[in-house]
Design a protein around this ligand. Structure first.
Ligand SMILES: Cc1cc2nc3c(=O)[nH]c(=O)nc-3n(C[C@H](O)[C@H](O)[C@H](O)COP(=O)(O)O)c2cc1C
Length: 370
């Protein structure tokens, strides 16, 4: 057995978000693994998959993106949902297992919008404007070819989508036993489609400048807050890059980012989760400030989760020094579900290799020790 890291790394210092104490700053990033039933019910495989992250020492796990209604939100075939009693009760078995292993678990709620590529409830897709998404459907998630051309979502359907997030959050807290809620405002899905200049050409109150375009994320957060009450940790995930457009940058740069984080600071959110390819890098070409630093500066009281190539502990420590309260690991956690225990014992980390997920990104027997 190797000696523990000395001096102790700040990644192993405890922290607190509302009433939740965390033993370390290490969380698992949301990762879609399309391993639920055809009707969106999580089963035993998913319970085992999530439980082993808690056993491995992660103090917080954020689930994969969970769909929120039986209209347009489901994005991938075999994606789990939180839309009815059966799905909500099945999630309870997952959260019970994580809690028994000493972890906490937040539900990530997502609506795919124009990126939906496997929704059994609707044959078509919706988006802020009728603009075909860049890129092509993800083959690792049963997709093929270009994305469908979305129909412009109506005002009534926007209200229904918001209600879907609120209902899912209520089920998550009242039935499923989650510890908090993360609204997925990142990576190209519906809320990010509204936030993005390319995909949102609306001239009504949902379009306009960068803060206007953040409006749907803020309205969803407000409705979710009303549904779950003031005591439950609630956050929003934000990114520049998208699953279908890795290189996208906010055209409004640092000034726009400042306005976005100031708007979040004034909202009822408790945390913001920022994700970039490399979280420590300057956010904008020719700039010198990362999104983590910008978030810390302009929303000083928000709990800050940082994600992006932080499986190297020195990088993780760097973003904690830049102001992150918690770091989130995606690929590093996939191949090292016991990353915290390994690192505290100076164990070797396994590198991530793409074939790990191939050909379909569902949970593999090898991950569960089967
Ligand atoms: C298999 C896989 C599935 C993912 N699914 C989601 C998701 O459901 N929601 C989300 O916000 N991000 C998702 N992501 C992005 C990760 O949360 C994370 O941002 C990304 O892996 C970069 O972090 P890393 O460098 O630590 O891997 C996914 C990533 C991977 C590898």
């Amino acid at each position: 057995m190797n000696a523990p890291l000395f001096p102790p790394s700040p990644v192993f210092a405890g922290t607190r978000l509302k009433q939740l104490d965390f033993a370390n700053r290490l969380s698992v990033a949301p990762m879609t693994r399309i391993s639920a039933s055809a009707t969106g019910v999580p089963g035993d495989r998913m319970r085992r998959y999530y439980e082993r992250y808690a056993r491995g020492g992660f103090s917080l796990i954020t689930t994969e993106g969970i769909y929120t209604d039986k209209a347009y939100s489901q994005t991938y075939r075999n994606q789990p949902g939180l839309t009815d009693a059966e799905q909500a009760a099945a999630w309870r078995r997952v959260t019970d297992a994580v809690h028994a292993a000493g972890g906490r678990i937040f539900a990530q709620l997502m609506h795919g919008g124009a990126l939906a590529q496997g929704n059994p409830y609707r044959p078509d897709t919706i988006g802020p404007s009728a603009i075909r998404p860049k890129g092509s459907q993800m083959t690792g998630y049963h997709g093929d070819g270009p994305y469908a051309l979305p129909r412009e979502i109506s005002e009534t359907e926007i209200a229904e989508a918001i209600e879907g997030f609120a209902n899912a959050a209520r089920l998550a807290m009242e039935v499923s036993g989650f510890d908090g809620i993360e609204v997925h405002g990142a990576n190209g899905y519906l809320l990010d489609q509204f936030f993005t200049d390319f995909s949102n050409r609306r001239t009504d109150r949902w379009g306009g400048d960068i803060v206007d375009r953040l409006g749907l994320s803020l309205d969803v957060s407000k409705s979710v807050r009303e549904a779950i009450g003031p005591g439950v940790p609630l956050g929003l995930r934000l990114s520049q890059g998208k699953v279908n457009d890795f290189r996208h940058k906010w055209a409004e740069r640092e000034r726009g980012a400042a306005r976005v984080f100031e708007a979040l600071a004034e909202s009822s959110l408790d945390f913001v989760h920022v994700t970039e390819f490399e979280a420590w890098q300057p956010a904008f070409e020719g700039g010198d400030t990362s999104l983590v630093t910008l978030a810390r500066r302009h929303a000083p009281k928000l709990f800050l989760i940082a994600n992006g190539s932080l499986h190297d502990v020195a990088r993780a420590e760097q973003v904690i020094a830049d102001g992150a309260d918690m770091i989130a690991l995606g690929r590093g956690a996939l191949v090292n579900p016991d990353w915290p225990h390994r690192m505290s014992g100076r164990g070797e980390l396994r590198p991530f290799e793409l074939p790990f997920l191939a050909p379909i990104s569902d949970i593999k027997d090898s991950e569960l020790g089967l």
